[in-house]
Design a binder for this molecule. Structure first.
Ligand SMILES: [Fe+2]
Length: 222
């Protein structure tokens, strides 16, 4: 078992499973927005919460400083907030593959998320948390979106969130695709590292997290 300071990784999981997610904490501070946004986000709220847990634990395994871990929790826990944009929800839940034009519309969730974070909801957090929202679909080989950033142009916290996001998406039932097993998802993530899209060290941090006996997917829902 990995020791993380005074807490084992398994103990870190338990602490995160029993705490509320970052997104809830932010939204709870803004009464008017809370209800509306949480309702709009129900479809992928669980995904963001799980990505928050995976990303934070990856950061701990990778030895990031505490300050980065806190930013990671906020950014990863709200990375898809832009999916509240009108029209995107219907497209994501459609049980079919999307056209190129529809995919382009879904991709706008990134810039809309940055807009929302800057405009209202996350106005008192680190700019790096907003970078996580804006860069979680960027890939180190330049194949990501919206800007096609490369290598170290992408914030490491966004890269970690992107890996956690990819893993959780693959292991979840989606409208057009059944969930894959943990082993298949790990193979896919390692394949992305071989293509230069993610760094191997952060993919291996994910593998350490999801294969730890203390990790149980969606345990916080139980
Ligand atoms: Fe996303």
């Amino acid at each position: 078992m990995e020791d993380v300071g005074s807490l084992s990784l398994a103990e870190t999981f338990m602490a995160m499973y029993s705490s509320g997610g970052c997104l809830e904490r932010f939204l709870n501070r803004r009464d008017g927005i809370h209800q509306e946004v949480m309702e709009g986000m129900s479809a992928w709220h669980d995904h963001m919460r799980e990505v928050e847990i995976l990303a934070v634990c990856m950061g701990i395994v990778g030895g990031l400083p505490d300050e980065d871990i806190k930013i990671l929790a906020v950014g990863a826990g709200s990375h898809d907030i832009g999916k509240v944009r009108e029209g995107i929800q219907q497209l994501i839940s459609a049980p079919r593959h999307l056209s190129a034009a529809e995919m382009d519309q879904v991709k706008t969730h990134v810039e809309f998320g940055v807009y929302l974070a800057r405009a209202s909801m996350l106005d008192d957090v680190s700019p790096r948390a907003i970078s996580i929202i804006g860069e979680h679909h960027e890939r180190r080989d330049g194949s990501g979106y919206p800007k096609g950033l490369k290598g170290d142009e992408i914030d490491v916290l966004a890269e970690i969130t992107g890996i956690a996001d990819t893993y959780d998406a693959i292991t979840s039932d989606r409208p057009h695709e059944k969930a894959r097993s943990q082993d298949e998802a790990i193979d896919i993530a390692r394949g992305e590292a071989r293509k230069g899209r993610f760094r191997e060290r952060w993919v291996e941090a994910l593998v350490t997290v999801v294969t730890n006996p203390g990790y149980r997917r969606r345990a916080w829902l139980e």
